[in-house]
Design a protein around this ligand. Structure first.
Ligand SMILES: Cc1ncc(COP(=O)(O)O)c(C=O)c1O
Length: 444
């Protein structure tokens, strides 16, 4: 039965049954595993999550940019059901199956560039990033990796080293992998110089720091999120990514686009690199690829992907047949409902409404993002990060039944990632809640 696409609260959020489950969690789940909003979910579709107390919450989080096609999207469910009845696992490295090949073929066709491409499938985004670095190192015979301020690439040891933020992602978990070099990000809102020259100046800093501190011919790879996710939906100005890609071509380094959060229609294109026709050598994907099932990929130039010896890439579950079936269903949904177009429509609605709110609330210092990946950065007294206010607005949204997430190196960004299957009506209802939450936070 499809869930009625309407916000409906029948108890406080979280309600009493969710609170009972939260008490059970405290006794059995490690404290390190937190919950943004401890409303326990029993059902979901479109833009609505239904909790154990019968509340219908609006979803502006998509499970952190995963359920792009909506929860339990029909083509995902149909293909998963069919696949799970046939077989659940063989391990592609032992006895393979066709679904894996079909996913790799779609990845070759959909990712930027018309060169010959190959893929390898994994379970999580972090695992894909680790493998992209492994491939780049073998292909170049070099070891240094350049990454950026505000980056997020995962929580495994190598990806923690690539991730910028200490708390909560890295704190106490070191020592980290070596040969990782961090350079400034082209962050328009916080760039100290002339706003018109951010791309040029940030690239100049990249070039100079790599030259002085690393050495061009030591660089195996430059890795960047084309729009930074956890770092606060930082959109680099046009010209920055093409310059980096060109630098990599000039110096024999591998340009890795981490499109784990931005990929698969989220930003209004199949991939965020498409916006400026940037063609990465390797691209990492996960999250939206499979409608909620765990799947990730590294896709790239065939000659780079094939540099690794046989048996050098893989893992027990990577490219699991059920996850591959889900990916084929998700891609079918994206194509048949033109979800890239839908992301652009969502951007138009959300940007307008957020800009209206920015006119009303001085704390909204910046409205940014692309497609259905929009955010506001909250500040006080100039551009001082307003993390406490951000938390208060997020909590006010949660109490009113809207799932929103925070982000940003300074914890002062509210980010909005609705599923692309959300209706305009529900989108506006969610934006109304955000307006009310700002009004309450200003009043308090
Ligand atoms: C850009 C980016 N890279 C990597 C990851 C890590 O993915 P996972 O959580 O699946 O390991 C994330 C997760 O948020 C991400 O946003």
């Amino acid at each position: 039965m499809p869930v009625e696409q309407r916000l409906r609260l029948v108890t406080a959020v979280p309600g009493p049954r969710s609170c009972e489950l939260a008490a059970r969690k405290a006794g059995t789940v490690a404290n390190g595993v937190g919950n943004v909003l401890p409303a326990y979910i029993v059902e979901a579709s479109g833009g609505i999550l239904v909790d154990v107390d019968g509340n219908q919450l609006i979803d502006f989080g998509s499970g952190i940019a995963v359920t792009t096609v909506g929860n339990s999207a029909p083509a995902v469910v149909a293909r998963v059901r069919d696949a799970v009845e046939r077989f659940t696992h063989t391990c592609f490295m032992v006895t393979p199956y066709e679904g894996y090949l079909e996913v790799a073929e779609h990845l070759a066709a959909l990712t930027p560039g018309d060169h010959s491409k190959k893929s390898a499938l994994f379970n999580s985004g972090a695992e894909a990033v680790e493998n992209a670095v492994k491939i780049a190192r073998v292909a170049t015979g070099r070891s240094a990796v350049v990454c950026f301020d505000h980056a997020y690439h995962g929580r495994t040891n190598l990806t923690m080293a690539l991730t910028a933020k200490d708390m909560p992602y890295k704190h106490g978990f070191g020592p980290f992998a070596s040969e990782i070099h961090r350079v400034p990000m082209a962050y328009p809102y916080r760039w100290p110089g002339d706003p018109a020259r951010v791309a040029e100046e940030a690239f100049a800093q990249f070039e100079s720091q790599v030259h002085v501190q690393v050495g061009e011919n030591q660089v195996a790879a430059v890795i960047i999120e084309p729009i930074q996710g956890e770092g606060g939906f930082i959109v680099p100005p046009d010209g920055f990514l093409p310059r980096l890609a060109q630098w990599c071509r000039d110096h024999g380094a591998v340009f890795i686009a981490d499109e784990i959060q931005t990929g698969f229609c989220r930003t209004g294109d199949w991939f965020a690199c498409d916006h400026e026709n940037v063609v990465p050598d390797l691209i990492t994907t996960a999250k939206g690829i499979a409608g909620g099932l765990p799947l990730a990929a590294v896709t790239g130039r065939a000659e780079l992907m094939d540099a690794v010896h046989i048996g050098g890439l893989g893992g027990t579950y990577g490219g699991n047949p059920i996850a591959c079936a889900a990916a084929l269903g998700a891609i079918e949904e994206m194509r048949s409902h033109d979800l890239c177009g839908r992301a652009r429509e969502i951007e138009a609605v959300v940007r307008d409404r957020l800009q209206e709110m920015a006119g009303e609330y001085a704390a909204i210092g910046d409205v940014r993002g692309r497609g259905a990946m929009m955010a506001v950065e909250l500040v006080a007294g100039g551009r001082q990060p307003a993390a406490a206010l951000t938390g208060a607005v997020a909590r006010a949204c949660h109490a009113r039944g809207l799932v929103v997430l925070t982000a940003g190196s300074y914890g002062n960004v509210l980010r909005f990632l609705p599923p692309l299957s959300i209706s305009d009506e529900l989108l506006h209802a969610g934006l109304d809640v955000i307006g009310d939450a700002f009004a309450e936070a200003r009043g308090s």
